[in-house]
Design a protein around this ligand. Structure first.
Ligand code: ADP
Ligand code: MG
Length: 149
C-alpha cells in the first residue's frame, strides 16, 4: 500500500476486536510523517481503533483518549506515536501552543480524533478514517472508510 496511491478502502466490522485488528494492521504498516484523521460520533470506536493502531506500532502502555490534554505522545513503539484528541479545543491557536507542527511534520505518525475541528491546519495529504454505525445491521456493526485526502 503506497501512501500516495492508496484508493479508498471500506471495511465492515462486527466486534470491537475486529476494529482493533484493523487499527493494528494500519499501525504496523504506518510510516514516519503520516497523519491519520479519525472521524466518528461518540462511542463509535475511535479509541478502540487507536488502541489497535498503537499496538501495531509496538506501543505497550495503556492508550486512552487524551481528552483533557489534546496530545499524548508514546515513544516506546517502532516510531513516535502522536495521539491527538481535539474534541475540546476552543481555538486552533491551542494547536500552536502544543507545537503540533513538530508532530505533523516529524519522525512519527499522528492520529487525530475529531480532526474536522482543526481542518484548516491539516497537512496537504493525510489519511481520513471514518467510522459509522448502521443499527439496521446490528449494534456492533461498524463501517470503516479509509481514504487518502
Ligand atoms: P469513541 O472513542 O469513538 O468515543 P470508544 O472506542 O471509546 O468510542 O468506544 C466504542 C464502544 O463500542 C466500545 O464500548 C466497544 O466495545 C463498542 N463496540 C461494539 N462494536 C464495536 C465495533 N465493531 N468496533 C468498535 N467498537 C465496538
Ligand atoms: Mg474516544
Amino acid at each position: 500500500m503506497g501512501v500516495d496511491c492508496m484508493e479508498t478502502i471500506v471495511m465492515e466490522t462486527n466486534a470491537p476486536e475486529e476494529t482493533f485488528a484493523l487499527g493494528r494492521k494500519l499501525g504496523q504498516e504506518s510510516a514516519p510523517g503520516q497523519v491519520y484523521t479519525l472521524i466518528g460520533d461518540l462511542g463509535v470506536g475511535k479509541t478502540v481503533f487507536t488502541q489497535g493502531f498503537a499496538s501495531g506500532l509496538g506501543v505497550t502502555g495503556p492508550v486512552n483518549s487524551p481528552t483533557f490534554t489534546i496530545l499524548q505522545i508514546y515513544e516506546d513503539g517502532r516510531i513516535p506515536f502522536y495521539h491527538f484528541d481535539v474534541y475540546r479545543i476552543a481555538d486552533v491557536e491551542e494547536m500552536d501552543e502544543i507545537g503540533y507542527e513538530d508532530c505533523f511534520y516529524g519522525d512519527g505518525v499522528c492520529l487525530i480524533e475529531w480532526a474536522d475541528l482543526i481542518e484548516e491546519i491539516l497537512p496537504e495529504k493525510y489519511r481520513k478514517v471514518t467510522i459509522e454505525k448502521d443499527l439496521e445491521k446490528g449494534f456492533d456493526y461498524r463501517r470503516i472508510t479509509i481514504e487518502s485526502v
